[in-house]
Design a protein around this ligand. Sequence first.
Ligand SMILES: Nc1nc2c(c(=O)[nH]1)N[C@H]1C(S)=C(S)[C@@H](COP(=O)(O)OP(=O)(O)OC[C@H]3O[C@@H](n4cnc5c(N)ncnc54)[C@H](O)[C@@H]3O)O[C@H]1N2
Ligand code: MOO
Length: 403
Amino acid sequence: MLDYQTALNQLLTAVAERRTLVHATPLREASARVLAENIHAQYDSPQFDNSAMDGYALHTNETAVQTEFTVIGRIAAGDDAADFELNMGQAVRIFTGAPIPAGCNAVIAQEQTEINGNVLLCTSPPQLNQHIRRRGEDIHAGDALLEAGQILSPAAIGLATSQGHAHALTHSPLRVTVFSSGNELREPSTKGLIGGEIFDANRYQLLTWLQQLGCTVTDGGILPDHRATTETCLQAAAATSDLILTSGGVSVGEEDHLKAALEASGELVQWKLLLKPGKPFAWGRMVHTTVMMLPGNPVATFVTFKMLVEPAVRVLMGMSFEQAQPHMVTARADFAQTQPEFRREFLRGVMHIDADGVVHVKKLVNQGSHMLSACVAANVLIEIPPHTQVNVGDTLNVYPIHS
Ligand SMILES: Nc1nc2c(c(=O)[nH]1)N[C@H]1C(S)=C(S)[C@@H](COP(=O)(O)OP(=O)(O)OC[C@H]3O[C@@H](n4cnc5c(N)ncnc54)[C@H](O)[C@@H]3O)O[C@H]1N2
Ligand code: MOO
């Protein structure tokens, strides 16, 4: 059985060859897509020296003690400042974002002034260069702005459009079909469960995570514990999906048909990890489609999604390995765990920062792999390496899960 980190690296390396296709995309429609090209600045930013305040642009003396100026005009945002050149003791009315005129060496906010006709009195002497935003002080034309493999966050889209980029090469959204598997499963709309029936806890969880990641999702429904039907449904989904996710039916029981269906229709690449929960995680391929099979216990589905599937989805969407990896921080254990596990374990925990700025983590009580309530109460997964006893005060790796 592979360790988690080895399995993750192998999975990411394999799916990196199957990133989605690249298209020129209007940035207005590129939300949550991954950039497929480096984008450079076309202009200095700010593009011209401009005012940071509504007030007056001045030409004050070098010792900056002058308080009285003559107002000779007005420049608003969008105006051209070329009509004005300030001599010592002159000012123009100016507004935030308006270009400052030649000769201006300070801007004063209107709250620090009194105006009498065209005579401006400053209630305190303006300092040289104050409130002037200088050309290029943020970005120079030609600077690297955004890198291929980076997600187009709202701020990234704002930055690109602020530089006159209307389109960018991006990866297409990942098409994912999600199945649950098991005769016991019922839709949440079902009225009155009988016998051993239960509501589906995994499919809606997975569909929601994938939607949040910007995937185009298809709900494949519930597969019965029937080998031929499972195969037919997987094959049909493979024709229209870049990725198929299933949960359940991947362990060793007689009614666990998923692995066999994949082997018959494609290739099973990896099965079973030294991971708790999530040991029976499996993945493989059907022609152009990647298939990942998550264990049915709802917390095993949650943990394998966050620690394996989500990073792989990010790579398939075009992200670099570095950006696709689960985000990790360290925290001080506020608990002890005295029974070492042979599998790497990811516990559900709550992280908080105390008054001294120390990051603490405690483990929640309900740690069973069927106890989904703790996945909602938790804000981190706590990593416990194999054969490790945890003492209070130990430094542990934790993975924020709702960010
Ligand atoms: N003899 C062994 N039994 C089991 C082993 C093992 O190594 N040897 N591994 C255990 C581990 S670890 C896990 S995890 C589970 C995973 O099994 P499967 O992936 O085959 O899942 P199922 O057997 O179908 O279901 C397990 C459990 O989860 C419930 N389930 C399944 N799907 C859903 C769903 N969509 N919503 C809510 N609950 C679901 C199912 O009813 C079962 O209770 O196997 C262990 N057994
Ligand atoms: O992966 Mo299982 O949920 O360890 O029991």
